[in-house]
Design a protein around this ligand. Structure first.
Ligand SMILES: [Ca+2]
Ligand SMILES: [Ca+2]
Ligand SMILES: [Ca+2]
Length: 131
């Protein structure tokens, strides 16, 4: 599952192109200015990514579009991930389902000390694993 996580976070990192330092990444994501990145702020970033990968513009993600939202080797797991993310059934992932996936990633892999925030240290650890 680590690969899955890295997919999202690699994109996160590239999205914050000018934010190479952990502190700057947190700053980039910290919309309410409390100096920390919480789940909502993390998901806010992921919502913004939907438009980027939603090629047919229907507001939902089909398998191909979902695969595009992943990176590297996790693309190979796209079908399985897609299935487990598609909790409401149907042929596409709704925004809600997509965010459900990323909420799970945040809780399971990002926020390792379970305080509800992604700290600079947690970000650094993830980046270390990614490298
Ligand atoms: Ca915040
Ligand atoms: Ca679509
Ligand atoms: Ca934390």
């Amino acid at each position: 599952m680590r690969r899955i996580l890295l997919a999202g976070l690699a994109l996160l990192a590239s999205g914050a192109a000018s934010a190479q330092q952990p502190g700057m990444v947190i700053q980039f994501l910290d919309k309410n200015g409390d100096g920390k990145c919480d789940l909502n702020e993390y998901l806010g970033y992921q919502v913004g990514r939907i438009a980027t990968v939603d090629k047919d513009g229907d507001g939902e993600l089909n398998l191909g579009e979902f695969r595009e939202s992943l990176q590297g080797k996790s693309k190979m797991n796209a079908a399985a991930l897609y299935q487990s993310t598609n909790t409401e059934g149907g042929r596409t992932l709704s925004q809600k389902e997509f965010l459900g996936y990323h909420a799970w990633v945040f809780k399971q892999f990002v926020d390792t000390d379970k305080d509800g925030f992604m700290s600079e240290e947690e970000w650094s650890k993830i980046m270390a694993k990614a490298g």
